[in-house]
Design a protein around this ligand. Structure first.
Ligand SMILES: [Mg+2]
Length: 243
């Protein structure tokens, strides 16, 4: 649904733009990234994976570049694209079994649907994932319905996560014909990288301690609010709306 404000495009909306991370924020599919990269590296370059880059909070562009370099392969755009095509094919293949492999995190479905019921919230993603992989990871658990995938910031865009926030905010402004003030943007994620990406743009940063980082670590990274998980929907809502 395309909603456009009539007339002045400089209009600043009252709405909040909520940008969700996926892995270990909404879903837990731990271990899958490593398996897919092992297979993609072998089929594209013939190399055997010996070193796995760190994944949490990083973009696919950063991970693929580091992976190729670590295996003595020059990370050309062409090779990176081939690896991504392979990763997307693997995620499509895995789609029917993703729900058996992993799980949605507690409260994720309720948080998404509660926000979707509000006129003052627009929901999309800032995720290091590839766009197609993001779609598969969420749809496997029925978490895709309330997300506007078209305005998301994905891991193909940059090695630098804050760029993804800027991109999503610009896309959302274009789509809704209105500008989202920096502090009307809310970034929710499980790592200091998510928090830093939000703070870099003056956004509200919400940490969820369902990944590898403790509540204290997320707080130390500057999160405005830190939640143990998403199971308390009213707490999630209060963090997002700043109330
Ligand atoms: Mg994450």
């Amino acid at each position: 649904m395309l909603k456009r404000a009539s007339g002045n495009v400089d209009h600043v909306t009252e709405k909040r733009l909520v940008l969700w991370d996926i892995d270990l924020t909404l879903v837990d599919l731990r271990g899958l990234g490593g398996a897919w990269y092992t297979s993609a590296l072998a089929s594209v370059t013939g190399a055997t994976l010996t070193e796995l880059p760190s994944f949490p909070g990083r973009t696919e562009k950063a991970i693929t570049t580091e992976l190729l370099t670590a295996h003595g392969i020059e990370p050309t755009d062409e090779l990176i694209e081939k690896i991504w095509a392979e990763l997307e094919a693997l995620s499509l293949q895995a789609l029917p079994t993703l729900a058996d492999y992993g799980h949605a995190l507690p409260g994720a479905a309720a948080a998404l649907s509660t926000m979707a019921g509000r006129e003052d919230v627009v929901q999309s993603l800032v995720t290091g994932n590839l766009p197609e992989v993001a779609r598969h990871k969420l749809s496997a658990f029925g978490l895709h319905e309330h997300i506007d995938f078209e305005i998301g910031g994905y891991g193909t865009l940059s090695t630098h996560r804050p760029d993804l926030v800027a991109f999503a905010r610009a896309r959302a402004a274009e789509r809704h014909g209105t500008r989202f003030a920096p502090d009307a943007v809310v970034v929710i994620g499980d790592t200091p990288h998510d928090i830093e990406a939000g703070l870099h743009h003056g956004a509200v940063a919400v940490g969820v301690a369902t990944g590898k980082h403790s509540e204290a670590e997320l707080r130390d990274s500057g999160a405005h609010t830190v939640l143990p998980d998403l199971s308390d929907t009213s707490a999630v809502l209060a963090a997002v709306l700043g109330s």
